[in-house]
Design a protein around this ligand. Structure first.
Ligand code: PRP
Ligand code: MN
Ligand code: MG
Length: 185
């Protein structure tokens, strides 16, 4: 099996730029949530890398929890159905929740989660998404804290996978076509 770097066509967002953006958002969120005892909720598995960098960049104490959701199977296109693979261990009632996501694609995962957390009685629910693919948006969902917009390509790295691989890349990159041959974008 080839090294990660050998399967990358080109880099979209460097490690430095990712962390610069995350640091900026974390400074803003630290200011906005001062005194609000925020609960950060990361959507597993893709948001893990963003959650780690983001939470460490925040200057106020936060609580963290994780929810494993999947809108994709092993392929590359959204199935449209949200599956809960693992639930939160925190009661969100009355909490100021900030969802941390790696990417908003169709918007279905986020739209479902925002509604679900409100249904459970969260006092507020906002979203930080490191990436957005505006061209693929199907469902309207408000993202208060935004990172970068990316084109509709096979984007991997910093938590984003292709068939469960490449999450460990420390930058955001586009795969070589031969890696996903046979699949449809
Ligand atoms: C990806 C990504 C987002 C979601 C975005 O997760 O991490 O959570 O899809 O797609 P949507 O806007 O069309 O809903 P995925 O379901 O692949 O699970 P993963 O995080 O474990 O990779
Ligand atoms: Mn995900
Ligand atoms: Mg995925």
């Amino acid at each position: 099996i080839a090294d990660v770097q050998d399967q990358i066509d080109h880099e979209l967002i460097s490690k430095t730029d990712i962390h610069k953006k995350i640091d900026e958002v974390a400074a803003q969120v630290s200011q906005d949530y001062r005194g609000k005892d925020p609960l950060l909720v990361a959507v597993l598995k893709g948001a893990v890398n963003t959650m780690v960098a983001f939470s460490q960049a925040m200057s106020i104490p936060v609580q963290m929890d994780f929810m494993s959701l999947s809108s994709y199977g092993s392929g590359t296109s959204s199935s449209g159905t949200i599956t809960v693979r693992q639930d939160l261990s925190t009661d969100v009632r009355g909490r100021n929740v900030l969802i941390v996501e790696d990417i908003v694609d169709s918007g279905r995962t986020l739209a479902w989660l925002v509604e679900e957390l409100k249904r459970r009685g969260a006092q507020s629910v906002e979203v930080f998404a490191l990436l957005e693919k505006p061209s693929r948006r199907e469902v309207d969902v408000q993202v208060k804290y935004k990172g970068y917009e990316v084109p509709d390509e096979f984007v991997v790295g910093f938590g984003l996978d292709y068939d469960e691989r490449f999450r460990n890349l420390d930058s955001i990159a586009v795969l070589k076509p031969e890696v996903y041959q046979g699949e449809q974008a």
